[in-house]
Design a binder for this molecule. Structure first.
Ligand SMILES: Cc1ncc(COP(=O)(O)O)c(C=O)c1O
Length: 408
């Protein structure tokens, strides 16, 4: 077989990963869903296991993935246009649902225009490909998501044209700004809005106050890019995300339909010029099929729900559950990183213990994520709980009880 030698080499790499404790566990397969009944929220079935599981590791913060309007719109779009687009956007693969979603998300985040992608991951890659030139300098937070790091690489940003500041450290951000070489004409400060591992947010108001005096220094501008994949829909008074929470607008927002909105796909929202540049230059937009019409119609419906009284009620309920869970872990004396986001980390600070607790909670019927090295630094091993709007008071009580037993 022609793969024999390659397979052998790859096996050696995989064995080394496992020996270093860096290999990912086999993936569990969810193969059933039970809607909420009585005081209990939805439960999931896991292939090969008895019982039903409470899912506390989903990004679907508003729990809209099963919303009747979202499903109905997806079905109607499939029936009308078929299951897939049949071509990339610029070769007659643009359907009315794509354009409608772009308009809808631009309005939701209050930007002049938006472009949609298959995911937030490819949105960041596409944005970097579109706006990078030979005199662009990038400055980013050390904990930015992997797709931002990859974006720098795919856009061939030279080593000397990027800098990293310590997480949310404004003094270091200032040092980075002061150190931008004189030849640079365009500076991009790029940060996650919500940091998915910690649930904390970038201090956008302070970042903007800091960079304001530098804005005139660069011929092609100094702009902020906020990847608010975990924030848009889930954070701030009406779910507008980190911008709303911090009371300030980023120049460019990247986001996803795959988290709070419970569907799939990503977007970049910005000025008309940025969006048209993406359409012309972003390979991850140009050379790949877009989302299906069903994805777009579902995402549009999810944004509509989020932007309604029902959506705001879901947000209020979610906030109550977050507060309840935080109170519960506080009463257990557990360590966390403070904040009102549905990502609630519980610091364990030990890999073996972290894994054992995740396994124990699984035995108790609770799905939760353990974050260990290399995802987090040594000593910051964490259980990441994610609350969502379908969780009930009883669900959160159940989770706290189980956590108390397992951490005790
Ligand atoms: C900051 C950030 N950006 C992008 C992504 C990826 O989102 P998507 O699944 O839409 O590609 C994530 C999620 O894991 C994220 O936390």
């Amino acid at each position: 077989m022609s793969l024999k030698k390659l397979d052998a080499a790859l096996r050696r790499d995989l064995d080394a990963l496992a020996a270093e404790g860096r290999a990912k566990a086999p993936e569990r397969v969810l193969d059933g869903y039970q809607p909420a009944v009585g005081g209990r929220g939805p439960r999931w079935r896991v292939r090969g296991r008895e019982g039903h599981f409470l899912r506390m590791n989903s990004n679907s913060y508003l729990s809209l993935g099963h919303h009747p309007r979202v499903l109905e719109k997806a079905d109607a779009a499939s029936a009308k246009f078929g299951a897939g687009p049949g071509a990339v956007r610029f070769i007659d693969g643009t359907f009315s649902d794509h354009v409608a979603l772009e308009d809808r998300i631009a309005r939701f985040v209050d930007k002049p225009a938006a472009k949609i992608f298959n995911s937030a991951y490819t949105s960041n890659l596409g944005l970097a490909l579109a706006i990078q030139n030979e005199s662009t300098y990038w400055i980013g937070d050390q904990f930015n998501h992997n797709c931002i790091i990859r974006a720098m690489r795919i856009a061939n940003v030279p080593r000397g044209q990027k800098a990293i500041y310590r997480h949310n450290d404004l003094d270091e951000l200032k040092q980075c700004l002061d150190a931008v070489p004189a030849a640079m004409k365009r500076v991009i400060v790029i940060t996650d809005g919500i940091f998915s591992i910690r649930g904390d947010n970038a201090p956008l108001a302070e970042i903007h106050a800091l960079i304001e005096p530098y804005r005139d220094r660069f011929e092609e501008g100094l702009v902020t890019v906020v990847d608010d994949s975990h924030g848009v829909g889930a954070y701030g008074e009406t779910g507008r995300g980190t911008e709303e929470y911090c009371g300030t607008k980023a120049d460019i927002v990247v986001g996803t339909f795959g988290k709070a909105f419970g569907v799939n796909g990503g977007f970049v929202a910005a000025s008309e010029a940025v969006v048209e540049t993406i359409r012309q230059k972003a390979d991850t937009y140009i050379f790949t099929n877009s989302l299906s019409s069903a994805d777009c119609a579902a995402a549009c419906a999810a944004v509509d729900v989020a932007d309604s009284e029902e959506g705001r009620e879901r947000l209020r309920h979610l906030k109550e559950r977050i507060a309840q869970f935080r109170e519960g872990i506080g009463a257990l004396g557990l360590e966390s990183i403070e904040g009102p986001h549905p990502v609630v980390p519980v610091l364990v600070r030990d890999t073996t213990r972290c894994r054992a607790i995740v396994e124990g909670l699984f035995e108790d019927g609770i799905l939760v994520t353990g974050l260990t090295v290399p995802v987090v630094p040594v000593g910051e091993e964490t259980l990441r709980f994610q609350l969502n709007a379908a969780h009930t008071e009883a669900d959160v009580e159940e989770a706290c009880r189980a956590l108390g037993r397992r951490m005790g």
